[in-house]
Design a protein around this ligand. Structure first.
Ligand code: MEV
Length: 431
């Protein structure tokens, strides 16, 4: 098993990085070409994917290094436009390695489908009838996807919930619990809900409204944990114990305050969304599920926890719903997503969810460590400056030159980038 622990990777030329990843993951020439972009998603494929297509949209694809999840080294493909995210994840994964890497797990991939029932004459009698008819309904739901059934998935349970007071009066909501195995599962669940609707109307005597999955996939959660020796956290003038304490205090802020929790969780999702995008997941579903889960107690709070154990180690844990798939949808239709899944070396949706939870926890650690010590801007500046220089029209070596001068001046703004660029070009005898 090759190691994902590499230092100075960012200094390598792009082509060498690509070749190294290709060798690491055993990519074919064709798969390697897909990562270079030109052989990625074709215009024809794009045209079949959504409506009114006029072009394609590219994002940088980076590789987060140093990850070890459940004892296995993994390279993590991340598609994202924001500087510092890939570097932050790699850095935090290196810290986590000092404590044995990430331990992660996931529940069985059970999604929830909702069937809204209105005008139920006797809600208690309807709920009782659903219990009596449970097996017949589950069998009908199972017929929707025989392949899924053969793979060990299918309908698991039926749960009636009463919403006694809504703006449209009382309603009964039937939850269909459906194991979707390695699919994200939206299609299977929505089809099953639609299939059950007439039966449910008949059994409850009510009128069926919506039939759709819930993105609060709280039966399909993944978690990751890490434990980092305090000594591994020391840097520059910051003692490890002080850094660990600062991270716990930063978490406490998010635990108590929704204004901070929103930003804290955004940092976690920086990592998770980037892997989701790289692997062709429905990242909006992940976002919706994560934020709803963060508010499940009635108060929006942190998705992660950070504490110190008896030995002074920093212990982190993240848990959130992750409705992700390794089959179906864009995971297979998008060539880059297919290659990204190969790089990750995952077979099942559960394994993918476990890695994504580890990446979320790493991203959170990177952000909290910076925020609790030197602040986020220092590390951000150099990378951000490059993006500003690029937006100002800098090309080739001009990008580094303009970015470097802005960082030296401590002024990273588009207007300053344009001025520096103009001067630089004049000095070089250009236009
Ligand atoms: C920026 O994209 C993410 C952070 O704001 C996360 C956080 O504050 O924890 C740095």
């Amino acid at each position: 098993m090759p190691s994902s622990r590499v230092s100075g990777f960012y200094n390598w030329p792009l082509q060498e990085r690509l070749e190294w990843v290709a060798q690491w993951a055993g990519l074919t020439e064709e798969e390697t070409a897909v990562l270079q972009g030109e052989a990625g998603l074709s215009a024809e494929q794009a045209d079949r994917m959504i409506e009114n297509v006029v072009g394609r949209y590219a994002l940088p694809l980076g590789i987060a290094l140093n990850f070890q999840v459940n004892g296995r080294d993994v390279l993590v493909p991340m598609a994202i436009e924001e500087p510092s995210v890939v570097a932050g994840a790699s850095f935090a994964a290196r810290l986590a390695r000092e404590g044995g890497g990430f331990r992660a797990g996931a529940t069985p991939p059970e999604m929830i489908g909702q069937i809204q029932v209105l005008d139920v004459p006797d809600v208690a009698a309807a709920a009782a009838a659903l219990v009596t008819e449970r097996d017949r309904l589950l069998a009908a739901a199972d017929e929707v996807d025989p392949v899924l059934r053969r793979l060990g998935g299918g309908a698991r349970d039926l749960i009636g919930r009463v919403l006694p007071e809504t703006p449209a009066g009382p309603m009964l909501v039937v939850h269909l619990i459906y194991d979707v195995r390695d699919a994200m599962g939206a299609n299977a669940v929505n089809t099953a809900c639609e299939r059950l609707a007439p039966l449910i109307a008949e059994i409850t005597g009510g009128r069926v409204g919506l039939r759709i999955l819930s993105n609060l996939a709280d039966r399909r959660v993944a978690w990751a944990e890490c434990s980092i020796p305090a000594a591994a956290l020391s840097f520059d003038g910051f003692a490890g114990e002080r850094v660990a304490q600062g991270i716990v205090e930063a978490w406490a802020f998010a635990a108590a305050d929704p204004y901070r929790a929103a930003t804290h969780n955004k940092g976690i999702l920086n990592g998770i969304d980037a892997v989701a995008l790289a692997t062709g997941q429905d990242w909006r579903a992940i976002e919706a599920g994560a934020h709803a889960y963060a508010a499940r107690s009635g108060q929006y709070t942190s998705l992660s926890t950070w504490s110190l154990d008896g030995k002074g180690n920093l212990v982190g844990r993240l848990e959130l719903p992750l409705a992700v798939g390794t089959v179906g949808g864009a995971t297979r239709a998008h060539p880059t997503a297919r290659v990204a899944l190969k790089i990750l070396g995952v077979q099942t949706a559960q394994e993918l969810a476990e890695i994504m939870a580890a990446v979320g926890l790493a991203q959170n650690l990177a952000a909290l460590r910076a925020l609790a010590t030197e602040g986020i801007q220092k590390g951000h500046m150099a990378l951000h400056a490059r993006q500003v220089a690029l937006a100002a029209g800098a090309v080739g070596e001009e990008i580094e030159e303009v970015a470097r001068q802005m960082v030296t001046e401590g002024v990273v703004r588009p207007d300053r980038a344009e001025e520096i660029l103009k001067t630089y070009r004049k000095e070089r005898g250009g236009n």
